[in-house]
Ligand binder design. Structure first.
Ligand code: KE4
Length: 429
């Protein structure tokens, strides 16, 4: 495959964008190759500036549940653009999208629209602190909730007591309020809660984690977490930026039948335009300005273009529930085919899947938490990524991400992916 024009574009981008990109993972730094520059995409395929075609399993990191640029979404956007792009005044579109979210998520009485998942989580944490009058929060190792200061934290040595910022520029004063526990380990949560009785405002987690590769919360863990938070007067916040409308129309909370106090959304609810949202029980959300004292605002929050796309997207999915059956069927066939090849070559790598989310972990370890994921051989992942890329399969350029299958992926894509996978596995050996 020729990548001449991507290489040229990258060199030029690096002169004016840090790392040549607007989001780090796009730089392909952990898979050791120049990033490909997208030119256009349609359905399950993406085409780079050199004219190479790929079966796309990045899907813009989640929004493309239906594949790229379906005609109905194009129409929705064009009709919206003709009416103007932003007014700085309320529109009925915001209410319409909020009602669609409320209808799908019984735990959500009210919603506030923002412009990204980061903003949704950052705001939800502020509201939780105001509502409970407490400062500390618990997050989990390996969960990613966007790049707001208090959440760019991992556990240092001594785990709960020494938080370590995952980025410079974050004051110790901020992160000392963030406790980091171990995913799927309720004892680590009990310990944090006992060490900080009466100080914790909220627990936030990805109920189906997609930022350490795909790791699902165990049902008993989630149910015990819910119970603990209820008993301690701590708000339980589900970050469903990836899982919302992805693993099911009702999200992870629908699958697990566990009701959080607040939920954060993103990605699919914007149909590919910048949207985030947070919501929860009325008595909590009433705290948000102007109905309450918690300030949060945004020039383009709820903008008509993104609202129109979100409404079109959710309405389409709601009217075509068979989409989830298609995603499950494709995912199951892909998983089965890949597993057969791994077995044929006696490769022990765990293959996790939940609906249309999947990750192959390059380790022989059973994967339950971030520590297990850290045993992965990142060089092997790099070789895997490059092997699939040159065969026209575009995977996440990091072991710590997931594959996103869309409703546009078809049997031909399945066959082509499995052929490329077998050839790449043989090459790996
Ligand atoms: P954004 O601010 O990127 O819209 O959302 C942050 C966020 C919050 N919560 C979860 C569970 C998320 O997965 C994300 C963002 N996801 C990453 C991919 N794992 C976005 C890709 C990127 O950073 O470029």
């Amino acid at each position: 495959m020729d990548h001449t024009l991507s290489k040229k574009a990258y060199a030029k981008a690096c002169t004016c964008l840090p790392g040549g990109v607007d989001s780090p993972v796009r730089a392909f730094s952990s898979v050791g190759c120049t990033p490909i520059f997208a030119d256009h995409a349609q359905g399950s395929h993406l085409f780079d500036v050199d004219g190479n075609s790929y079966i796309d399993y990045i899907g813009s990191w989640g929004p493309m549940l239906l594949g790229h640029a379906p005609a109905f979404l194009q129409e929705a956007l064009l009709s919206a653009v003709r009416k103007g792009t932003s007014f700085g005044l309320p529109t009925v579109l915001e209410t319409e999208l909020a009602e669609l979210i409320k209808e799908a998520y019984p735990s959500v009485d009210m919603v506030r629209m923002v412009n990204s998942g980061t903003e949704a989580v950052m705001s939800a944490i502020r509201v939780a602190r105001a509502y409970t009058g407490k400062d500390k929060i618990i997050k989990f190792e390996g969960n990613y909730h966007g790049h707001s200061d208090g959440l760019l934290v991992s556990s240092g040595s001594g785990a709960l007591t020494y938080q370590v910022p995952t980025s410079p520029g974050i004051p110790q004063d901020v992160i000392r309020h963030t406790l980091v526990c171990t995913y799927n380990d309720i004892e680590s949560v009990k310990k944090a809660m006992n060490n900080h009785k009466g100080e914790i405002a909220a627990v936030i987690l990805e109920p189906i984690a997609g930022n350490m590769g795909l790791v699902q919360a165990e049902p008993v863990f989630l149910k015990e977490l819910r119970q603990l938070c209820t008993e301690e007067g701590i708000l339980l916040i589900f970050d469903e930026v990836i899982s919302g409308f992805r693993v099911a129309y009702e999200g992870a909370q629908g699958l697990y039948c566990v009701k959080p106090d607040m939920t954060c959304f993103g990605k699919i609810i914007g149909g590919g335009l910048p949207v985030g949202a947070y919501g929860g029980k009325k008595e909590i959300m009433q705290m948000v300005s102007p109905s309450g004292p918690v300030y949060q605002a945004g020039t383009l929050s709820g903008n008509p273009l993104a609202m129109r796309m979100g409404i079109a997207m959710l309405t389409y999915i709601k009217e075509h529930p068979d989409i989830y059956a298609h995603l499950e069927a494709f995912g199951a066939k892909l998983q089965e085919g890949m597993q057969a090849i791994l077995d044929q070559y006696h490769l022990p790598y765990p293959l996790h899947r939940c609906g249309s989310l999947m990750t192959l972990f390059f380790t022989d370890r059973k994967i339950r938490s971030y520590k297990d994921v850290q045993t992965c051989d990142l060089q092997l992942y790099r070789t895997y990524f490059q092997g699939m890329l040159k065969r026209g399969i575009l995977l996440a350029p990091s072991q710590f991400e997931v594959m996103f299958i869309s409703a546009a992926h078809d049997l031909r894509d399945l066959q082509d992916t499995l052929i490329a996978f077998e050839q790449t596995m043989k090459e790996l050996l």
